[in-house]
Design a protein around this ligand. Structure first.
Ligand SMILES: Cc1cc2nc3c(=O)[nH]c(=O)nc-3n(C[C@H](O)[C@H](O)[C@H](O)COP(=O)(O)OP(=O)(O)OC[C@H]3O[C@@H](n4cnc5c(N)ncnc54)[C@H](O)[C@@H]3O)c2cc1C
Length: 369
C-alpha cells in the first residue's frame, strides 16, 4: 500500500469532529482508528520488506514519520497517542526482537492488531518469574493507553533480581481493565486505563530482547521525539484556531492580540524545529554519541513542553472565556494538550540534558544531513 500524507491531511477535520463528539463519554475513536488503519498509518513504521513504509528509519523515514504523527495530532491528540504507542512497540520489536518476532508482529498489524507500550506501573508493579520453561507474570500497569482496544501490549516487567524485561502479551482476555479513578481531564479518547494481569503464564518467546534493553540508550530517550510530534500537531492546531477565532471576532488587529499571535507562532515554530532536530538525530543515532542523542532529544522534549504551555496560555488569554466554553473545540484541545504534556520525570530530563551539554556544544542541524 502506498501511504499518502495528503490523504491523511484531508481527514483531519473528521478526526477532530469525532474527538469532540466522544469527549464527554470518554469514548474510543473507533471510526478514526479504522480510517487511519485503512490509510496505512498503522503499518507505515514496518520495514518495506514487511509491507510498510520504513517510516522512522533513516533520515527520510524520520521526517516522514514526523509529518505522519503531527498530522494525526492536528486531528486528534488522543488518536496520536494511540498511534504513537503502536509505532513505539513496532520500533522496539524491530530494534531488539528477532526477525521472526518482527515478521509475526507485521502479520498481526496487517490482520488489524493495535499495539501499545505499557510501562507505567500501577499500585502492584508488574513482576515476572521464569517458571517451568515459561514466564509467569503478576501485577498491573497504570495509565495504559487503549486499555480496552490494544490487542498486543509490549509491557515491561521486573524480575526479583531487579532486571527489566519487555514482554509481548496477546491481550485477548489476558487482563482485567478498570478506569482511572475519576477519569482524566484531557486525552479522554485515548482510552487510558489500569490493566491487572492477575497471574498470567506466557511462552518464552513472549520476551523481546534481553534484560535491560528497554532502558538502553540512546533509544530509551530518543523515542520520546514521537510523542513530541503528536503534541506539536496539537500546538499547531491551537495556534491556527487562535488566529481564526480572533479574526472571526474582528479582534485580531489590536496590538496586544497581534503580539499574542506572533508569540504563538514563534512557540509553534520552536516546537517544530526542536521536534525536527530530535527526529533527525534519533533517525541517524548510530552516527552520534549515545549521550549526545539522548541529551538532544531530552532538551527538545522540554522545549516542546514549554512551547505547548505558552500556546495554551496565549490562547486562553487571547480568546478569554470563550476558550473555556464547552462548545468551542479550543476548550477540549487545551485540556488534551495540557494532559498530554505530562510526560515522565521532566525535572530529571532537563537536568540530565543540561549536565551533558554543560561542557559540550549542541549538535547542529547541518551535522545531521
Ligand atoms: C494520555 C496519557 C496516556 C498515557 N499512556 C501511557 C501508556 O500507554 N503507557 C505508559 O506506560 N504510560 C502512559 N502514560 C503515562 C506517561 O507515560 C507518564 O508516565 C505520566 O504521564 C507521567 O506522569 P506524571 O506527570 O505524574 O510524572 P512524574 O514523573 O511523576 O512527574 C511529576 C512531577 O514529579 C517530578 N518527579 C518525578 N520523580 C520524582 C522524584 N523521585 N522525586 C521528586 N520529584 C519527582 C517530575 O519531574 C514532575 O515535576 C500516559 C499518560 C497520559 C497523560
Amino acid at each position: 500500500m502506498t501511504f499518502s500524507l495528503e490523504a491523511l491531511s484531508a481527514c483531519r477535520a473528521d478526526l477532530e469532529e469525532e474527538a469532540s463528539a466522544n469527549d464527554p463519554q470518554a469514548a474510543f475513536p473507533v471510526e478514526g482508528m479504522a480510517r487511519l488503519r485503512k490509510l496505512g498509518v498503522l503499518s507505515a513504521a514496518l520495514p518495506e520488506t514487511l509491507g510498510g513504509q520504513g517510516f522512522g528509519t533513516g533520515r527520510q523515514g524520520g521526517i516522514g514519520l514526523l509529518h505522519l504523527l503531527r498530522l494525526v495530532g492536528q486531528g486528534s491528540m488522543a488518536l496520536g497517542r494511540l498511534v504513537e504507542g503502536h509505532i513505539n512497540a513496532i520500533r522496539l520489536i524491530a530494534c531488539y526482537g528477532t526477525a521472526a518476532q518482527l515478521a509475526r508482529a507485521a502479520t498481526d498489524v496487517h490482520d488489524g492488531a493495535l499495539f501499545g507500550v505499557w510501562v507505567t506501573d500501577g499500585v502492584v508493579p508488574l513482576r515476572m518469574e521464569f517458571l517451568d520453561g515459561g514466564i509467569m507474570l503478576q501485577g498491573e500497569k497504570a495509565y495504559a493507553s487503549g486499555a480496552h482496544h490494544v490487542t498486543r501490549a509490549l509491557a515491561t516487567a521486573r524480575t526479583r533480581g531487579g532486571m527489566t524485561h519487555m514482554l509481548l502479551v496477546a491481550l485477548e482476555g489476558a487482563c482485567t481493565v478498570s478506569s482511572i479513578s475519576g477519569g482524566l481531564a484531557g486525552m479522554r479518547g485515548a482510552g487510558t486505563g489500569r490493566c491487572d494481569f492477575g497471574t498470567l503464564g506466557l511462552p518464552p518467546d513472549a520476551m523481546i530482547g534481553q534484560a535491560g534493553d528497554y532502558l538502553r540508550q540512546p533509544e530509551f530517550c530518543a523515542g520520546a521525539w514521537r510523542g513530541m510530534a503528536v503534541a506539536l500537531g496539537g500546538i499547531e492546531r491551537l495556534t491556527t484556531l487562535l488566529r481564526q477565532q480572533l479574526s472571526e471576532r474582528d479582534r485580531a488587529g489590536s496590538p496586544a492580540q497581534q503580539a499574542r499571535i506572533g508569540m504563538a507562532l514563534i512557540a509553534t515554530e520552536s516546537a517544530y524545529l526542536w521536534t525536527r532536530k530530535a527526529a533527525l538525530i534519533a533517525a541517524i543515532q548510530d552516527r552520534h554519541d549515545a549521550g549526545e542523542v539522548a541529551a538532544t532529544v531530552n532538551l527538545a522534549r522540554i522545549a516542546v513542553e514549554r512551547a505547548g504551555l505558552d500556546v495554551i496560555e496565549l490562547v486562553q488569554r487571547g480568546l478569554g472565556l470563550s476558550a473555556f466554553t464547552r462548545t468551542n473545540v479550543v476548550e477540549r484541545l487545551t485540556r488534551d494538550l495540557a494532559t498530554y504534556l505530562r510526560q515522565p520525570a521532566p525535572d530529571e530530563t532537563l537536568c540530565e540534558a543540561a549536565s551533558w551539554f554543560t561542557h559540550r556544544d549542541l549538535p547542529r542541524l547541518e551535522d545531521m544531513s
